[in-house]
Design a protein around this ligand. Structure first.
Ligand code: 13P
Length: 257
């Protein structure tokens, strides 16, 4: 599935290792690199987001492979007295180029709100990182018919208005689809991604809004990647469990060959 046209964003397949992996897992990045040949590189960008202590060795393992490395969070301040937190400056210094912000697990585990995520995204972008801002409804919100309203509110509240398409990625991750093996119907994914695209054009201007990559995340696996990734306005995937093994992650990336 080659890119649709020069006026659509280049797809991105991103792996979020969450609180998994160890130094031994870095060999998976080496293996991913072996499968990421020139044809695939032309059609899709790849990103791996390991836990913070692995950022620097992961960036080292990825040297020469064209695989980008990203963090899973960074602080809203550039530096300072914030014990246990990680500044966007340091993330960049490790060799990472992107950062996931506002993942539903951080929204839940750490009470992160839209306004904080917007600040984090602003600082990350000011530092020179690409911000991957996550949005998505819970099961209760979908069942109450509020999925679109929730996602649109999160989007409006979490993205800096001055961001360009090169600085920002949106990931739509329905909370109930994360780690459950459940996925929305293709129609439901299409509906949410179209709403995000429409709002991005309003918030960032038509030109930038059209080129921001909108990833789908939530139980993306080799066996459902083709269907999910061919939906309109789906410009790649944010992959959790299936990103821990090179074979699974590359099978998903292969959709774009
Ligand atoms: P799974 O692919 O394991 O469902 O996780 C999705 C996710 O949360 C990626 O950020």
């Amino acid at each position: 599935m080659p890119p649709k046209s020069a006026t659509t964003p280049k797809p991105l397949v991103a792996g979020n290792w969450k609180m998994n992996g160890s130094r031994a897992s870095l060999q998976e990045i080496t293996l991913m690199g072996l499968g990421y040949d020139a044809d695939l590189r032309r059609n899709v960008d790849l990103l791996v987001c390991p836990p913070t202590p692995l950022l620097y060795p992961a960036a080292t393992a990825a040297l020469g492979t064209a695989i980008a490395i990203g963090a899973q969070d960074s602080h809203e301040k550039i530096s300072g007295a914030h014990t246990g937190d990680v500044s966007p400056n340091l993330v960049l210094d490790t060799g990472a180029t992107m950062v996931i912000l506002g993942h539903s697990e951080r929204r839940t585990d750490h009470g992160e709100k839209d306004s904080l995520i917007e600040q984090k995204a602003g600082s990350a972008i000011a530092t020179g990182l690409v911000a991957i801002v996550c949005v998505g409804e819970t099961r209760a919100e979908r069942e109450a018919g509020r999925a679109l309203a929730v996602v649109r509110r999160q989007l409006r509240g979490s993205i800096p208005r001055t961001a360009t398409a090169a600085q920002l990625v949106i990931a739509y991750e329905p909370v109930w689809a994360i780690g459950t093996g459940l996925t929305p119907t293709a129609n439901d994914v299409a509906e949410v991604h179209l709403a995000i695209r429409t709002d991005l054009k309003k918030l960032l201007g038509k030109q930038q809004g059209e080129m921001v990559r909108i990833l789908y995340g939530g139980s993306v696996k080799p066996n459902n990647a083709k269907e999910l990734l061919s939906i309109d306005n789906v410009n790649g995937a944010l992959v959790g469990g299936a990103s821990l093994k090179a074979a699974d992650f590359m099978a998903i990336a292969e959709t774009y060959r």
